[in-house]
Design a protein around this ligand. Structure first.
Ligand code: HEM
Length: 115
């Protein structure tokens, strides 16, 4: 079970890296274009791996802080909702990329500093 947890943490961290990378992709390659689908894939990966980590907690002997997890869940749902609403627009709104990146950084901060 420990290997499964580590695998999920591995994917969780890759998902975080993907979301951070999307900020640069969106700013440099697609500033004038539509929102990149990578935002959707990255946030979905975070949601799935995060929920799986929490779901497996009884089997992996982990005791996560549920308020912290609730806040992370709320932030990722907000990210996914913003992405879903804006995905089919021709041009990304100027506030959207920094807002999404800010929410990702907020969740990294919550993950690391909230013990
Ligand atoms: C943008 C979204 C997210 C980002 C950037 C993010 C980032 C991180 C990071 C950096 C860690 C490692 C922290 C450390 O080990 O000190 C972590 C761990 C964790 N995250 Fe997330 N997270 C996100 C969403 C979520 C969601 C939605 C959930 C649950 C619903 C979640 C559940 C967890 C859990 C349970 C761990 C601890 C894993 C362990 O060490 O066993 N995360 N997250």
């Amino acid at each position: 079970m420990e290997f499964v947890r580590l695998l999920l943490v591995f994917l969780h961290l890759l998902g975080m890296g993907m979301l951070v990378a999307m900020f640069f992709v969106q700013n440099r390659v697609a500033k004038e274009g539509p929102l990149n689908k990578g935002w959707l894939h990255g946030s979905a990966l975070q949601l799935l791996t995060g929920v799986a980590l929490v779901g497996l907690a009884p089997l992996t002997d982990k005791d996560y802080n549920h308020i912290k997890i609730g806040v992370k869940l709320l932030v990722v749902v907000l990210i996914a909702a913003l992405v879903a609403v804006n995905l089919n627009k021709q041009k990304v709104a100027s506030w959207l990329t920094p807002a999404l990146a800010g929410l990702v950084v907020l969740n990294v901060g919550v993950a690391v500093f909230w013990t």
